[in-house]
Write a protein that binds this ligand. Structure first.
Ligand SMILES: NC(=O)c1ccc[n+]([C@@H]2O[C@H](COP(=O)([O-])OP(=O)(O)OC[C@H]3O[C@@H](n4cnc5c(N)ncnc54)[C@H](OP(=O)(O)O)[C@@H]3O)[C@@H](O)[C@H]2O)c1
Length: 264
């Protein structure tokens, strides 16, 4: 039983929602962040009554410039101490690079990269001092390869992976329990495909069998507790990642994703 406070972004659905349950099962208190307040409030009241834990809800749009700072300041104003920072909020967007609007891709970069980076920077000095502290960043198997038809999304996840490795290498040189776990799920049944307008691509049609967000959350949470640097849930995803990121040349990998992200 952890009795630790976790701040989870993107807790209103999918993997973040299940991560909240996972942490609650470990007797931990929670700060839930997302835009859809009603979903967060409903989850919060369910968790409070089921697990007798404290849950706070923060309605925030992470695509806005000051969102991360406002969250951090709110935490300070409440006198709360975060033990686990879980940067899970993120979204994709389907389409050829030159046809997608800059505004859509820029919002994606803001949520998937900028907010995650700023939250990590703001909370890290405190987390470094705390016993058993962790950051979990939710990247994707997409981070291992170039992602044709979702070029910016895949690139944002490559950034998240790279960041995690480098921060861990820095943390290894100082006295702290803090480690970054980068969770890299494969196709998972959540609202993601619908939001990205990618429901009918081959990767979602053929690869998501059996992978639900609960499994991903349990796997990721365990990996975080064990301070694993990288966690890819599912043997088929591990095999796929190994093949397309380690064996296939990088341009071939881009062509493979062009097939997987294509439509029948
Ligand atoms: N599902 C997959 O196949 C898959 C695979 C690999 C990696 N991932 C990653 O897993 C993470 C969670 O995604 P999911 O699959 O659980 O999808 P999801 O069901 O669509 O959940 C996404 C979460 O992010 C939040 N979010 C999106 N934009 C936001 C914004 N501007 N401000 C604040 N919160 C925002 C959403 O909340 P609101 O809409 O309420 O704001 C929601 O809670 C993402 O980082 C995604 O890239 C997913």
């Amino acid at each position: 039983m952890t009795n630790k406070l976790a701040l989870i972004t993107g807790a209103s659905s999918g993997i973040g929602y299940d991560l909240a349950f996972e942490h609650a099962k470990h007797n931990g208190d929670l700060v839930l962040v997302a835009r859809r307040k009603a979903q967060l409030e409903q989850l919060a009241s369910e968790l409070r009554s089921k697990y007798q834990i404290k849950v706070w809800v923060v309605e925030k749009d992470l695509s806005k410039n000051n969102a991360a700072l406002e969250i951090y300041e709110w935490i300070k104003a409440q006198n709360l101490q975060v033990d686990y920072l879980i940067n899970n909020a993120g979204f994709g967007g389907y389409g050829t690079f030159h046809e997608r609007s800059f505004e859509d891709d820029s919002n994606m970069i803001q949520v998937n990269i900028v907010a995650l980076t700023q939250l990590s920077k703001l909370f890290m000095p405190d987390l470094i001092q705390r016993q058993g502290s962790r950051i979990m960043n939710v990247a994707s198997v997409a981070g291992f390869v170039p992602g044709t038809f979702q070029a910016v999304y895949y690139a944002t996840k490559a950034y998240v992976q790279s960041l995690g490795y480098a921060i861990n290498a820095e943390l290894e040189t100082i006295k702290t329990d803090l480690r970054v776990t980068t969770l890299c799920p494969g196709p998972t049944s959540t609202e993601f495909a619908q939001v990205a307008k990618a429901e009918d691509i081959r990767a979602f049609k053929y690869l998501k069998r059996g992978v639900d967000s609960k499994f991903v959350a349990e796997y990721g949470y365990k990996a975080m507790l064990k301070a694993k640097y990288i966690a890819t849930p599912g043997f088929d995803n591990q095999l796929l990642v190994h093949f397309i990121s380690k064996i296939a040349p990088r341009m071939q990998a881009a062509r493979i994703t062009r097939f997987m992200q294509g439509k029948d």
